[in-house]
Write a protein that binds this ligand. Structure first.
Ligand SMILES: *Cc1c(COP(=O)(O)O)cnc(C)c1O
Length: 272
């Protein structure tokens, strides 16, 4: 009997039904309705945070972060009205871009990039939020020239002092701003940071306040460096209170990620 059981062919739908179950668990049985509902509550949170800070709602852009969200779900998110998607990893962005090439989507890379991947990013990304070295800037500039493209860039600063986080040391920012003048294909737009991961707003807020002070100094060297890309699902209200212009929101729209954050930020160890 066991012999026959061993020879039973695998159900060809196993992988597909496992994926379908994972989708239903994360996105519910009606993902389009889920996305619309979540977008509504994110929008309400942003509007309220702007009102509390005495800021114009139009001064804050919500950038949806779609890492780990499968391409067929992004199709529904597009249908729900989203048109820019922020990905942490270039390989994942490339696969989704290919799968969704029939849709007019702006692809934005928000995570650390290895220099040898600059050529891929240069081909299609609209913005890059994790620029943190002159060598990477040089590689991107050269590749963009070949593609005859330009790229909006945000300079990532490590404001939490955690060794595990990517980004420039705050003291290195102004020399870096000056160095970027050599790279005409890069269009500096602002600064980006990841705050300390903590439920305690009194620990998170100083990271955002530091980025704002650094921006105030940087904009004197390069008048285009006005924007602050800071704040995620758990902390964007605090970021808006400190002047955020781009909030990067993933889980509040797309549900809890199945992969731990340590996959994206080595050393954080935290879940979801
Ligand atoms: C994943 C990610 C976000 C969004 O985090 P959520 O907790 O999903 O809102 C923001 N910024 C970067 C760089 C990310 O990788």
């Amino acid at each position: 009997m066991s012999e026959t059981a061993d020879q039973t062919p695998q159900c060809p739908d196993t992988d597909r039904s496992r994926a379908a179950r994972a989708d239903a668990e994360r996105f519910d049985s009606d993902p389009l309705a889920t996305f619309r509902r979540n977008l509504g509550s994110v929008e309400a949170r942003i509007a309220e945070a702007c009102a509390r800070a005495g800021r114009d709602r139009a001064s804050v852009r919500m950038l949806p972060i779609t890492k780990t969200v499968p391409a067929h779900m992004l199709r529904l998110a597009f249908e729900a009205g989203l048109q820019s998607f922020g990905e942490n990893k270039i390989q994942e962005a490339m696969l989704k871009r290919e799968a969704l090439s029939d849709l007019a989507i702006d692809w934005i890379i928000v995570g650390h990039l290895q220099r040898n991947k600059a050529k891929y990013l240069a081909r299609f990304a609209r913005e890059f939020h994790a620029l943190d070295s002159v060598r990477l800037a040089a590689a991107l500039d050269a590749r963009l020239a070949r593609e005859d493209r330009f790229l909006d860039v945000y300079l990532q600063v490590n404001t939490s002092g955690e060794a595990s986080k990517f980004g420039l040391h705050p003291d290195a920012l102004l020399p870096f701003v000056d160095a970027l003048e050599r790279f005409p294909r890069l269009r500096p737009r602002g600064l980006m940071t990841l705050a300390l991961f903590s439920p305690d707003a009194t620990k998170v807020r100083p990271c955002f306040a530091l980025l704002r002070r650094l921006r105030d100094a940087a904009v004197k060297r390069n008048a285009a460096l006005t924007a602050l890309s800071m704040g995620m699902s758990a902390d964007f209200e605090t970021a808006i209170a400190e002047g955020a212009n781009v909030v990067r929101v993933g889980q509040a729209i797309f549900g809890r990620r199945p992969t731990p954050d340590s996959h994206y930020w080595p050393g954080t160890g935290g879940a979801g």
